[in-house]
Design a binder for this molecule. Structure first.
Ligand code: ATP
Ligand code: MG
Length: 395
């Protein structure tokens, strides 16, 4: 890609209404544009990153035998009434058709996938099953002020697993922690597995995947003796208090929830009458698990923890391009050489953004390269004397 033709300009000026690092840097570097609070357009650089994160997630989900599907975002009201969430879910966006019918914009998809599963699951032979999608979710969030971290429209991976027994679900649930950890590692993030409330459906806990950062909206308590715990389940525990398990002092840290896995038990099977016949011919309710990753929040979280005073530092696997080729000066010979290098790299299948802008100063080009944050930079200038200088953004 030639930078002179790239849709999306960088900007030096501070974003007036930026309330978070990820919003500030992603807008200034030309990755996203805010349409209104919590709603963003993705420009080519931003879309490439989102796509790469999605591909990492797909790769890991496919490894645990989950199959990708795509469900509608527009849901009939009846399904949400069946689960008793039409009136109870405060973030549910509701709309009315010109014919008077009511709909919800999906904030999550149990109301769609469980009735769908009912058409395909009849016997124990149809179980287990695991299906996932990467799709736009809508939530009427009151505080959509943290850039991509809290959208009112955002991208999520949601996976639903269906089992004949609680034990089978437990196995799959435990197995899922590994691909989850892989996803976050490949995105350059250290995560803390954290016990949290399981929602209203089970007495069991759910597990969240939390990224520690001072800009996080969550508060979690760490202790060396066991899993971290979300504030929501620890009562009035404070930083430095004694751990209820081992008595040592707990550490309270702010964090961002990038993923959450749940045991939903039989709640939705009961609502939609999803049953199967077991080996003895007995009818039983299907046991369901649900596994979310906030793909766009993940992109925001990466920027929150991986940046310096000059801009973003993308981890290699989700960098919008592999190489940022930067030509300095306006020497004809140097441009010719750069063009050859660019062509060669592209021919060998590399992803390259070439800063071929003739009218920009060297300082402007280098500042932009730092701001955009592509993981590996290749510099060609009259000083490099026919050679290429290679530099990693993170050193
Ligand atoms: P939160 O507590 O932050 O509001 P949640 O627990 O309600 O999130 P889940 O229902 O667990 O969210 O959704 C699964 C994942 O989707 C979350 O772990 C998070 O990464 C992501 N997510 C949830 N809400 C948003 C949002 N408003 N914007 C972006 N990502 C979100
Ligand atoms: Mg959650």
């Amino acid at each position: 890609m030639l930078q002179s033709k790239l849709f999306g300009k960088t900007s030096k000026t501070k974003e007036a209404d930026a309330t978070s690092i990820n919003h500030e840097l992603l807008v200034r570097a030309g990755f996203v544009d805010q349409l209104m609070a919590g709603v963003y357009s993705y420009l080519p650089l931003g879309w490439r990153v989102l796509d790469k994160i999605s591909d990492v997630v797909r790769d890991e989900m496919n490894k645990v035998d989950a199959q990708e599907i795509y469900l509608p975002a527009l849901h009939p009201k009846e399904n949400w009434e069946k689960t008793d969430r039409w009136d109870k879910m405060d973030v549910l966006f509701k709309l009315e058709s010109q014919t008077g019918s009511s709909y919800a914009l999906g904030p999550t998809h149990e109301e769609v996938i469980v009735p769908l599963a009912k058409k395909h699951i009849a016997s124990y032979r149809d179980l287990p099953g695991a299906w996932y999608q990467i799709q736009t979710k809508f939530r009427d969030e009151l505080r959509a002020k943290a850039g991509l971290l809290r959208g009112r429209e955002f991208l999520m991976k949601d996976l639903y697993s269906f089992h004949a027994s609680e034990d089978d679900l437990k196995d799959y649930y435990e197995k899922m922690k590994e691909p989850y950890l892989n996803v976050f590692k490949r995105c350059g993030l250290d995560v803390i597995i954290t016990l949290a409330s399981g929602g209203s459906f089970t007495d069991e806990y759910s597990h969240e995947f939390q990224v520690e950062t001072k800009n996080g909206e969550d508060l979690i308590f760490k202790c060396s003796c066991a899993e971290a715990r979300n504030k929501e389940i620890v009562g009035d525990l404070k930083d430095g208090d004694n751990c209820p398990e081992c008595g040592k002092a707990v550490e309270a840290v702010k964090s961002i929830e990038v993923g959450n896995i749940f045991d939903l038990g039989k709640k939705f099977s009961k609502d939609f009458d999803l049953k199967f016949t077991d080996e003895d011919g007995k009818e039983k309710e299907v046991i369901i698990g649900c596994y979310g990753i906030g793909i766009s929040r993940l992109m925001g979280a990466i920027v929150e923890v991986s940046n310096d005073d000059k801009g973003i530092i993308w981890p290699k696997e989700v960098s919008p391009y592999e190489y940022h080729l930067v030509t300095l000066g306006d020497d004809e010979k140097v441009y010719k050489q750069s063009e050859e290098v660019y062509d060669d790299l592209v021919k060998s299948g590399k992803e390259v953004l070439w800063d071929d802008r003739r009218e920009s100063s060297n300082a402007e080009k280098l500042n932009d390269a730092d701001l955009i944050g592509i993981s590996t930079r290749l510099i060609i200038s009259p000083k490099t004397d026919g050679k290429i200088e290679k530099k990693e953004r993170n050193d």
